[in-house]
Write a protein that binds this ligand. Structure first.
Ligand code: CS2
Length: 482
């Protein structure tokens, strides 16, 4: 079977944005070319170029594995994005991606791309752990192995995304080239400020002049990104083949819903993403809080509760009446911590989230969401729990339930845990038998929980009684005690 490429003749049922890709140069370098970027920012960029033109195609960068680069380069950067609604699938071929560099082997090319005057934005989807933050300070983690290696200049080129951004900006400063905007598209509150801080702290280690130059000339807008996008599977590829008639190793499936809210603070121009439906606002904090606490917080809770009760996908969790009511309960209490969001009714938002989670055609694995709990729970679960606690104890139980489910999941999956703090957790938990000791050990993990929770006897007691329930009676019975 022939693979998808620039020359492919697509069936009428497959759409494309309709511009001539070769007439548009690259303006964006994107670090972290996973499924999410291909379903989200690349799709918006495709619409923006089609509607308003501009040299805004994307050069993708894979920092860790070569698979996406190999697949996409074979296909001239093209891939099929399949929108899976509850009742129908639609396919679109995306032309925004010019090609992909595999950073560990193409350092020279990547540095050239980051230095090029034509590169005006460097965007990132590197997941929470990619920011290499120190859990205690929120600044750069100087003990992170990639950061240590990059600061010591051990290799010819950086390994971390942060190291690459600073290297690119350093080269631009030296050459007298305007900086690029650095655009975080990860699920972190105030993601622009988080990124700015780690970049500046890294740059300070290079020289304080570089730090000041970045601080004065580069912008780091915050963004809220949303589109549920499962990891690619063999079924995704088979579906793409059926819909577009070509083999597509880079195909992605996603839901119809999509949202992108950005601060309009770009130091070197930007695509007209609003033509693709993005929303530019002066302050995105409320949107971010809503999404992180109502969507992602509930996602984490249902991922652990679901994995503990052998539910493979989010939709399977939603099909279980007890777990579905836990989902509704969690969203409701989380919504109490969300400030007013312009034009959004939080009850309708919650209803819409349930429909999205129930989508029968989205196979979003609970185990995918369950990864990296130590990186996700602080902003999704612990931050709103602190606000609820400040108002009295009522309403705290759903957050304690989510936390206990995470702990039970970790205990059950200790040997295979996928989390950057897995080794530390294993040594803290190993050999413990009593739930009370486990809860103490989890709470004692440095920097994991805010002091208001780690110092609260009520919180520890609530989490412990729920953890005992999970071990003794299981997820459903314990959830029903809330
Ligand atoms: C999920 C998110 O894996 C996870 O942790 O909660 O990836 C979620 O699907 C997206 O943020 C939806 O926009």
């Amino acid at each position: 079977m022939e693979h998808l490429s620039a020359n492919s003749k697509l069936p009428d049922s497959v759409t494309s944005a309709g511009y001539a890709p070769d007439r548009h140069g690259v303006g964006i370098v994107h670090l972290g070319l996973g499924a999410f970027h291909r379903a989200h920012q690349a799709w918006y960029t495709d619409s923006a170029i089609a509607a308003a033109g501009g040299n805004w195609r994307i050069l993708g960068v894979s920092l860790r594995t070569a698979d996406a680069a190999n697949a996409l380069n074979l296909q001239d950067g093209r891939y099929c994005l399949i929108e899976r609604g509850a009742s129908r699938d639609t396919a679109q071929v995306i032309d925004a991606l010019k090609g992909v560099l595999y950073a560990p082997e193409q350092g020279k090319e990547l540095l050239a791309a980051l230095s090029a005057e034509t590169t005006r934005i460097v965007s990132l989807t590197i997941t929470e752990k990619g920011y290499c933050r120190d859990v205690a300070t929120g600044g750069l983690d100087r003990n992170n192995v990639s950061i240590v290696a990059d600061l010591a200049g051990e290799k010819a080129y950086p390994v971390s995304a942060i190291g690459w951004i600073v290297k690119g900006l350093e080269a631009r400063r030296a050459a007298g080239t305007k900086p690029f905007t650095v655009l975080s598209c990860d699920n972190l509150p105030d993601n622009g400020a988080v990124l700015r801080r780690v970049v500046l702290e890294f740059a300070e280690q290079v020289s304080s002049e570089l730090r000041s130059w970045i601080s004065e000339n580069t912008s780091f807008p915050s963004t809220m990104v949303d589109r549920i996008t499962p990891a690619q599977t063999t079924e995704t590829r088979a579906l793409a083949q059926r819909l577009c008639g070509y083999e597509d190793l880079a195909a992605i499936e996603t839901e119809p819903f999509s949202q992108w809210v950005l601060e309009d603070n770009f130091c070197n121009g930007r695509p007209l993403w609003e033509k693709g439906g993005a929303l530019f606002v002066s302050d995105i904090a409320a949107y971010e809080t809503m999404k992180l606490r109502m969507l992602n917080g509930t996602h984490s809770m249902l991922a652990y509760a679901g994995a503990l009760s052998d539910k493979i996908y989010v939709r399977d969790v939603m099909a279980d009446p007890v777990l579905r009511s836990a989902v509704v309960r969690h969203m409701k209490v989380a919504s109490r911590t969300v400030p007013p969001v312009p034009g959004v009714d939080l009850d309708s938002y919650a209803d819409q989230l349930c429909t999205r989670f129930e989508n029968p055609n989205i196979a979003h694995a609970t185990r995918q969401i369950a990864m990296d709990g130590t990186q996700k729970l602080p902003q999704r679960i612990f931050a709103p729990a602190v606000e609820i606690l400040a108002d009295g104890l009522a309403g705290l139980a759903p957050f304690a339930f989510a936390t206990a489910c995470w702990m039970a999941f970790v205990v059950r999956n200790l040997a295979t845990l996928s989390d950057p703090r897995a080794d530390e957790i294993r040594s803290a938990i190993a050999g413990l038998q009593e739930p009370s000791d486990m809860v103490k050990a989890f709470i004692a993990l440095p920097g994991l929980m805010p002091d208001a929770l780690s110092g609260s006897a009520e919180w520890a007691g609530l989490v412990e009684s729920l953890l005992v329930g999970l071990f003794d009676k299981g997820v459903q019975a314990t959830s029903q005690t809330l």
